[in-house]
Write a protein that binds this ligand. Structure first.
Ligand SMILES: NC(=O)c1ccc[n+]([C@@H]2O[C@H](COP(=O)([O-])OP(=O)(O)OC[C@H]3O[C@@H](n4cnc5c(N)ncnc54)[C@H](O)[C@@H]3O)[C@@H](O)[C@H]2O)c1
Length: 378
């Protein structure tokens, strides 16, 4: 068995999901390559040590540059806020490392292009953590589209709704509320939530040609988390809605907000084709809705597929039909697919090029909202 030494940067929400994935992957998806939790890097010495002890990392550091400089690290996994992705990824690629990077790939298309160029120069495998591709029901949707079961696609309709920023007293910036600070996050819901919806749309329905968008910032000023006496303008988009034309002629509608009271992680899409429709909602992640027009008209209707059969993507490696899996499994599937790619000597997606494609759509959406004009999406 070949060992693959991982250097994980970031010990927050995503640091935990990725650490869990490295620990679990070969138990459920056996590979000849074994990921080794070698070094974890965070900003605070004590938090990073606690994280390392809890999640089984051999060593800890607070200096990501020293992690990248180590010859014994094979994969650098970036789970830090968005403004650091490009700098860390490019340094890691230049040091000859493989790179796994959280989404959105970068702050903007220019940064993402530099990351793609660095990946091409290094020839090392990359992956972007658009983990919702790895929900079994979403992977099944992809299989149904690729098999031609929907026929020509007319409509792609996506919503990604949350509600956690409704509180006007929530501060911005600092260690935990960096998503509200444009300097660290790049954008608001567009980069944070719509990036996922756009990645799925490009994967399921193909490239987009053009977009027209509107955004809104409902709470215009917030105190700084690190300096509560200071009130600063909010420069992120709290909500965004956009229309898209796909290259295949389909029409897309996308909506995202963090002000949808009651919606926690409402990531949904519906695709209407000439022969069938499919619909997915992350809050019922083990189900896919499927409607087939050729069914006998007496019993025709949307059916709910419980995506837990051994024939469904990823599911033969888990339990028995009827036992649903959940959120953390998408990250385990992501690492399993990455290891599959290494063993087969083939690239696995989404890689940095896919991350760039999504970034360009995000940029076009924000530019359209600013100019109130349609924008090219590639
Ligand atoms: N794939 C998904 O569904 C998903 C979900 C949430 C977040 N994300 C993405 O993951 C990334 C991280 O988000 P999060 O929710 O885990 O954030 P978080 O705030 O929970 O964690 C960020 C971590 O990065 C560390 N960090 C920041 N700067 C650092 C530095 N210079 N050196 C070392 N460590 C540093 C922080 O200490 C913290 O541990 C973001 O890009 C976010 O968009 C993706």
């Amino acid at each position: 068995m070949k060992q693959l030494n991982i250097g994980l940067i970031g010990t927050g929400f995503m640091g935990r999901t990725h650490a869990n994935a490295y620990r679990q992957v070969n138990t459920f998806f056996p590979h000849a390559i074994e990921p080794v939790c070698k070094v974890v890097c965070g900003r605070s010495v004590t938090t990073t040590r606690d994280f390392g002890a809890r999640w089984g990392w051999q060593e800890t550091t607070t200096d990501w540059r020293s992690l990248i400089a180590r010859p014994d690290i094979d994969v650098v996994d970036i789970c830090t806020p968005n403004d650091s992705h490009a700098e860390i990824a490019i340094a890691a690629l230049e040091a000859g490392k493989m790179v796994m990077c959280e989404k959105p790939l970068a702050m903007n298309g220019g940064e993402a292009q530099r990351m793609v160029d660095a990946a091409a120069r290094s020839g090392r495998p990359t992956m972007v953590s658009f983990n919702y591709r790895r929900v079994p029901a979403v992977a099944l949707a992809k299989q149904l589209v690729d098999e031609g079961r929907l026929g020509r696609i007319f409509h792609y309709r996506a919503r990604y709704l949350q509600d956690w920023t409704i509180n006007p007293n929530l501060p911005q910036g600092g260690n935990t509320l960096w998503r509200l600070d444009a300097d660290t996050a790049g954008s608001g819901v567009t980069g944070d939530l719509l990036a996922h919806a756009i990645d799925l749309a490009l994967w399921l329905a193909g490239p987009m040609r053009e977009v027209t968008a509107m955004t809104e910032t409902f709470i215009r000023e917030r105190h700084l988390q690190d300096d509560p006496a200071t009130l600063k303008p909010v420069r992120i988009d709290d909500a965004c809605a956009f229309l898209a034309r796909f290259a295949n002629g389909a029409l897309g509608t996308f909506e995202s907000t963090r002000y949808a009271c009651g919606r926690k992680n409402h990531n949904t899409f519906e695709i209407n084709g000439e022969k069938a429709s499919i619909a997915f909602d992350l809050e019922d992640a083990h189900q896919l809705q499927f409607y087939q027009h050729s069914d006998d008209s007496l019993v025709r209707g949307f059916r709910t597929i419980g995506v837990w059969d051994g024939d469904h993507p990823y599911m033969k490696n888990w339990w028995v039909p009827g036992c649903a899996i959940g959120y953390e499994h998408t990250f385990i599937h992501q690492v399993a697919d990455f290891l599959d790619g290494l063993e087969a000597g083939e690239k696995r997606v989404p890689d940095f090029a896919d991350g760039l494609a999504t970034q360009l759509v995000c940029d076009a959406v924000l530019e359209s909202a600013r100019t109130r004009m349609w924008q090219q999406a590639t």
